[in-house]
Design a protein around this ligand. Structure first.
Ligand code: GDP
Ligand code: MG
Length: 178
């Protein structure tokens, strides 16, 4: 048809081992494999929700090893991204702290017209190991003006789908404003 092709670059941030790759693979293939390795990659995918085609690029990032000397988000990543998903594990308090730092970093450096970031508490299936309450995650996201989801990439595809559709909606909104 004569529709314009929309492109959306989505950057996944967060500490290591929180499930960034699991989320990405779940969204792209609907599967949960279990082991993903330490690979940094940009995946391209055509999303056809709402009868509209979106060329979606997902940058599944690696948390840098030496974070004392470098910022945990590069300028390149910041410039590339139309939307950001920040992932922590509900069983790992330090990963929640990483998200708090990264949100701050984004707020300092990004344009006001950039889309709203989304915070994701992953591994909701591991309830007995919970170290960050839903309430704390939700309240932090609210105070930082971010979206919020608690999901399990291991258990269901549905939550992962909601997260990606929400970020695409937010990107569409922010692009419409420009
Ligand atoms: P990344 O380093 O952030 O990319 O994390 P990975 O996607 O590699 O996941 C790290 C580990 O957590 C792997 O062993 C995954 O199988 C596991 N994992 C990821 N998501 C979940 C989840 O929702 N629940 C559980 N129980 N394990 C998960
Ligand atoms: Mg990974």
């Amino acid at each position: 048809g004569n529709q314009h092709k929309v492109e959306a670059n989505v950057l996944l941030l967060g500490a290591e081992n929180v499930g960034k790759s699991a989320l990405t693979v779940r969204f792209l293939t609907r599967r949960f494999i279990g082991e993903y390795g330490d690979i940094e990659s940009i995946y391209s995918h055509i999303d056809k929700t709402d009868g509209r085609e979106i060329a979606l690029n997902i940058w599944d990032s690696l948390y840098p090893q030496s974070c004392e000397t470098t910022e945990s988000i590069s300028d390149k990543q910041m410039q590339w991204a139309d939307g950001v998903i920040l992932v922590y594990s509900i069983c790992d308090r330090s990963s929640f702290e990483v998200v708090r730092q990264q949100v701050q970093l984004i707020r300092q450096t990004r344009k006001l017209s950039a889309s709203t970031p989304i915070i994701v508490g992953n591994k909701r299936d591991l309830l007995h190991q919970r170290a960050v309450s839903s309430e704390e995650g939700r309240l932090f996201a609210l105070s930082a003006d971010c979206g919020f989801f608690e999901i399990s990439a291991a258990e269901t595809y549905h939550g992962v789908l909601l997260v990606f559709h929400e970020i695409l909606d937010l990107i569409k909104e922010s692009k419409a404003l420009k």
